[in-house]
Write a protein that binds this ligand. Structure first.
Ligand code: PXP
Length: 239
């Protein structure tokens, strides 16, 4: 049975729209846990457009499941990670102007360089599980393995975006092949980005994927039906 980690960034997006005190992502995270989710995910962006440093401190204190912190591999973020010590870090690429993360890390750019390897080792030394967010590409998996990452989160955004049935199936096959390879190499296999109540079921059929990080679709539905119902509906599909 796969686990569901709910990304509550967009509760903070709503709060930051008015620079107000509500809605609070920490309260939302508690309700998400009560609804039965297995973990909470947040992305601390360099520009702090949604999640704030204060949220992280409180989330770490409040949540009882598992905190997955998405972040870029920068010295600033390393300091945050080693202070907060979440259970898991997912390393993502970050561009200031993007609406959301646009793709996985290109680990080919890190070949022969030590920076990312040292970043991963520092987190692991602190007892934090490290995953790298990568596109569904076997070469990226092999590089992630060489860098010493505990696991990978496979980017499902391109699968989610494809309208054409044949192209969608092609993307799904890519995700499947990548998941099988990562699993064979002994890495933890997670997946996320763009998954919703309509498209998640096909990806859930890939047994090698043990955890899903899903945010936007759940928070969007929660505005209409409430967060407990939105999480439970997704849990039913994921499990
Ligand atoms: N996984 C990663 C690495 C992400 O960056 C995001 C978006 O913050 C998600 C999962 C969740 O994506 P979505 O909000 O589209 O469900």
């Amino acid at each position: 049975m796969a686990r569901l980690s709910v990304n509550v960034d967009h509760v903070a997006t709503l709060r930051q729209a008015r620079l107000a005190a509500e809605p609070d992502p920490v309260t939302a995270a508690t309700l998400v846990e009560i609804a039965g989710a297995d973990g909470i995910t947040v992305h601390l962006r360099e520009d702090r457009r949604h999640i704030q440093d204060r949220d992280l401190i409180m989330l770490k204190k409040m949540i009882k499941t598992s905190l997955n912190l998405e972040m870029a591999a920068t010295p600033e973020m390393l300091k945050v990670a080693l202070t907060i010590k979440p259970e898991m870090i997912t390393v993502v690429p970050e561009k200031r102007k993007e609406l959301t993360t646009e793709g996985g890390l290109d680990l080919r750019l890190h070949r022969g360089k030590d920076q990312l390897k040292r970043f991963i080792a520092s987190l692991k030394d602190a007892g934090i599980i490290v995953n790298l967010f990568i596109d569904p590409d076997p070469e990226q998996i092999r590089n992630a393995h060489k860098l010493g990452s505990n696991g990978v989160e496979i980017h499902t955004g391109r699968y989610a975006d494809k309208k054409d049935k044949t192209l969608k199936e092609k993307e799904l096959k890519r995700i499947y092949n990548t998941a099988v390879l990562a699993d064979r190499l002994g890495m933890a296999v997670h997946a996320g980005h763009g998954l919703d109540y309509q498209n998640v079921s096909r990806v859930v059929q890939i047994e090698e994927i043990k955890e899903f990080a899903i945010g936007f679709s759940i928070i969007a539905r929660s505005v209409i039906v409430g967060i407990e119902r939105a999480v439970k509906d997704m849990l039913e599909l994921v499990r």
